[in-house]
Design a protein around this ligand. Structure first.
Ligand SMILES: *Cc1c(COP(=O)(O)O)cnc(C)c1O
Length: 353
């Protein structure tokens, strides 16, 4: 298979050094060796993710962690806030698990206003809020800190954030912002192959989970917490991926946590500036993602041809998501990408226009 550099929002390009780490010989997950790896990875994750809460590793893609959050953290009813396709997914996950959910929908391209959340919560009856931090369909990044401040005015309401395409790229402070559950899959801003979900879970969320009887078997957060206390996971974890994650975290620590976040901001400035000149930006100003850009197409460029020509040149960007197919395309600038590599992609698109 010819290699094309993946500027798509999942899976993203994986650095060759990390790919190599995937081929480690297998070892027992009930060994001392694993417990040491587990503890080491958790400690480094806490540093990168700016939290002192437990950071759990689930063997699944990001959606598995979303399902876990819905089953474990909602006792009465969840307010599900959707600014695009992945917010709507939260709602579908709730309903398909028999969890009562009310959908608060915002027009695609717009960001969620904290006041909208507050107005809904004032109506009462909710004990959780589900939001998307970075909406990968529209390129909108919601103001999670401000949303957290509003949710905190309601003491019995938990906040769960889908940060699948932002965690480890955008600066998120789960503890300081009052976000009870923060989750992601490692194939996005972590820059690893898919198959592992990372979940930051606060004490309030564990307490809620303890009160819920039908929280499922595989993604039972109480079991995950108790096993994590012994540096273990309930079932067999994705050992190769955790081994690669260990190295990814070393690389992130060597770069510096703040420097990593700043690199992502610079990538976004570069991509947004280019997109605004050549095409347009789908997400409204003030709510634009730092890990990816959804590019609009006001001049009606043949995007099918552009994306296929780009493929011939060795680059993959993503088509519009769902109803935005053909109307937008998406450039992911997350993980290990440098501004130089992004400029190579943008220059190649320029040469094709
Ligand atoms: C990719 C993505 C998901 C789904 O993640 P999977 O790992 O494919 O299950 C959910 N939410 C957002 C915001 C995403 O970008």
């Amino acid at each position: 298979m010819a290699h094309r550099k993946l500027f798509s929002p999942g899976p993203i390009e994986v650095h060759p050094d990390l790919l190599k780490e995937m081929s480690v010989p297998m070892f027992s997950h009930r060994s001392k060796e694993y417990a040491q790896l587990h503890a080491r990875v958790r400690g480094k994750l806490q540093k990168l993710l700016l939290t002192t809460s437990r950071v759990l590793l689930l063997t699944s893609s990001g959606t598995g962690a979303m399902e876990s959050a819905m089953r474990n953290c909602v006792g009465k009813k969840v307010l599900t806030c959707a600014v695009g396709a992945f917010g709507e997914r939260w709602h579908q996950i709730a309903l398909s698990n028999g969890v009562a959910s009310e959908l608060l929908s915002v027009e695609w391209g717009q960001g969620l206003r904290p006041e909208q959340v507050e107005a809904k919560l004032k109506q009462g009856g909710f004990d959780a809020v589900a939001v998307t931090h970075n909406e990968t369909s529209t390129g909108v990044m919601n103001p999670l800190k401000e949303i957290g401040a509003v949710v905190r005015k309601f003491p019995d309401v938990l906040l769960m954030a889908d940060c699948v395409s932002s965690l480890a790229g955008a600066k998120i402070e789960p503890d300081a912002w009052g976000v009870d559950v923060v989750l992601a899959g490692v194939q996005k801003a972590f820059g690893l192959p898919p198959g592992l979900a990372v979940m930051v879970v606060g004490e309030r969320a564990f307490k809620r989970a303890e009160s819920i009887k039908t929280r499922g078997f595989y993604f039972d957060l109480v079991k995950f917490r108790d096993e994590d206390a012994r540096d273990q996971t309930p079932e067999t974890p994705a050992l190769s991926l955790i081994h690669a994650l260990d190295k990814m975290l070393d690389r992130a620590m060597a770069e510096g946590v703040e420097a990593r976040f700043e690199r992502h901001r610079e990538l976004a400035r570069t991509c947004n500036g280019w997109a605004a000149e050549r095409f347009g930006l789908f997400a409204e100003e003030g709510y634009r993602s730092v890990t990816m850009t959804t590019v609009s197409n006001p001049k009606g460029v043949d995007l099918g041809k552009l994306l296929s020509d780009l493929g011939q040149r060795g680059f993959t960007v993503a088509d519009g998501y769902g109803k935005l197919k053909g109307k937008t395309f998406r450039i992911a600038h997350m993980g290990d990408f440098t501004v130089f590599e992004l400029r190579e992609l943008l220059g190649t698109i320029d040469s094709l226009l």
